[in-house]
Design a protein around this ligand. Sequence first.
Ligand code: ZN
Length: 242
Amino acid sequence: MKYGIFSDIHGNLEALEAVLAAMESHGVERRVCLGDVVGYGPNPNECVDLVRQNADITILGNHDSVALGWEASENFNFYARRAIEWTRDNLTAESKEFLKSLRYMECENDLCFVHASPHSPADWYYITDLEDAADSFSFFKERICFIGHTHFPVIVVRESEQAFRICDTYSYTPQPGERLLVNDGSVGQPRDRNPMASFALCDSETGAIEIHRVPYSVETTQEKMRALDFADFLITRLAEGR
Ligand code: ZN
């Protein structure tokens, strides 16, 4: 089964449309959204609609949770908080209903899907180095776990109980016995200095992973944000991928 895994859309409709089209052209059979559909961007309801129509599985993200009022925005920085408050005020009842239906973690076909970390998914831990990544392998039993949350695409390989490494490429096929932790990057707000939208492909039989980047009209999204009087920092970062 060919999976397309994407996350951290953050209300960026143009980036989401580009990723959905790219997955279509790659012959993706099953689409999984790892959450953070809203927050930061100008089109939260449109993104929720597209995800609801296109994703076979959708996982809850921390921004989705805050937008629902399930937890406070006190851990967010100034810009994130302002954006999530705007999002909360502008989400339709229908969008909220969909976000409320989402789960923290789902697994199938030896693949595990979670927004932040398989260790206590509702605590939204950030996996930012090899040590955190290595620890996380004890919290899922499947061959591959997909995460988002940091907006940095990366493939981590568990070669054995003691040996872990970060892949220096964005495609990898696991050897027998190896397990992977894969961050799919961000659709709507990449932070690895590459402004193109990110998503992952996975063949569930071989475990082969490919992380892809697709261009989209950043200017269109930026114009919408300017018209809504969003913070300059949030507008400029999209073009810089940070
Ligand atoms: Zn995010």
